[in-house]
Design a protein around this ligand. Structure first.
Ligand code: GLY
Length: 351
């Protein structure tokens, strides 16, 4: 088993190993002695695959387990579902000594985490991510949120989990598309600041998933510890995301998050080379890497459309936007840019 310790406002461990789900009850009991009540929050897809095994493991360890199941997908990540989770917690009479377990991908983790942050002004929660993307990104770092009709993640809180359990066996049931989505986030860490990870990814990720996932989590941990509330270094995690979010939105979310981030990263690398900010070897290296992991590289939208969405993003600060640009293989930097220059910058990455 690999373990990554996170020393954030709440310290916790991220454990990575095949078969962890069956031992989840024992792992949680080591931190929170039973008897206690646990509400498992999960979507209908993951419920059918893994919630019975988790319930059995929790009950074997002496916990009382109940379940809240919602319809899968981003379209459930709203105040209505959150209200149902709050009501379920209250109906089951959970107290501040009890726990929420988020079993699922990013939508589940974000929403269950926000329910934990707010119910009784905060109860503990455990993340058991079931997608690669959630393992290497959203389950670690304490960003919790729901969407509003005008935009994603507009209401939320920084609220760290008490434990994260990544069972690599769960990756076996991901569709190739969802798996590739997670690979985009894995690859991203290499280009942010981890040339060793880029080397590991030259052979196949599938040969050493525990080592690669642990390395990505350690990379994220370093940025979260340096800047938990996302005012500086943590923003490096947005490599490919400013253009990527715009690509997702322009496609009416037909293009998945990971695919959009892949396209967005390459766009930024090409633009950075054109602007003299990056060594010329990066775009070809990145394009080959993305293709090797079955990710798209061509942007179907123009710079004006992308800039219009990017400039409406919540992360914009006044008249500037903080982009993340690659400088050389395995190194990126924050690059503040005037709003008026964003379209031209994107255009440089498209030509
Ligand atoms: N997903 C980016 C972050 O946690 O900051």
């Amino acid at each position: 088993m690999k373990t990554v310790s996170v020393r954030a406002s709440r310290p916790y461990e991220v454990k990575i190993e095949a078969g962890l789900l069956a031992r989840a009850g024992a792992e949680i009991a080591a931190l929170y002695a039973p008897p206690r009540s646990v509400l498992i929050v999960t979507d209908d897809t993951v419920n059918a695959l893994y919630a019975d095994a988790l319930t059995a493991s929790l009950e074997k360890a002496g916990f009382g387990a109940s379940r809240f199941v919602f319809a899968h997908g981003e379209c459930s990540k709203h105040i209505g579902t959150l209200g149902e989770i709050w009501n379920t917690l209250a109906e089951h009479k959970l107290t501040r000594s009890d726990l929420i377990v988020a079993l699922g991908g990013g939508v589940t983790g974000d929403m269950a985490g926000f329910a934990a942050a707010t119910f009784l002004r905060g109860i503990a929660y455990i993340q058991i991510p079931t997608t690669l993307l959630a393992m290497v990104d959203s389950s670690v770092g304490g960003k919790t949120a729901i969407d509003l009709s005008v935009g994603k993640n507009l209401v939320g809180a920084f609220y760290q989990p008490s434990l994260v359990l990544c069972d690599t066996d769960l990756l076996a049931t991901l569709s190739p598309e969802i798996y590739a989505d997670g690979c985009a986030e894995v690859i991203k860490y290499g280009y942010i600041n981890d040339p060793t990870l880029l080397g590991m990814l030259e052979t196949s990720f599938a040969d050493a998933p525990e080592a690669v996932i642990a390395r990505c989590i350690a990379d994220k941990r370093d940025l979260v510890e340096a800047d938990e509330h996302d005012n500086g270094a943590r923003q490096l995690l947005n490599l490919g995301h400013t253009a990527g979010h715009a690509i997702e939105a322009c496609s009416n979310f037909e293009i998945s998050h990971g695919s959009a981030v892949a396209i967005g990263m390459l766009l930024m690398a090409r633009a950075a080379v054109k602007k003299g900010l990056c060594t010329p070897d990066v775009p070809a290296h990145m394009e080959a890497m993305l293709r090797a992991y079955h990710l798209p590289t061509d942007c179907p939208f123009g710079a004006a459309d992308l800039a219009a969405v990017a400039l409406s993003d919540k992360k914009r600060k006044g008249a500037t936007l903080s982009l993340v640009v690659p400088q050389k293989l395995g190194q990126s930097v924050l690059y503040p840019i005037a709003a008026a220059e964003v379209e031209e910058f994107f255009a440089a990455g498209l030509n």
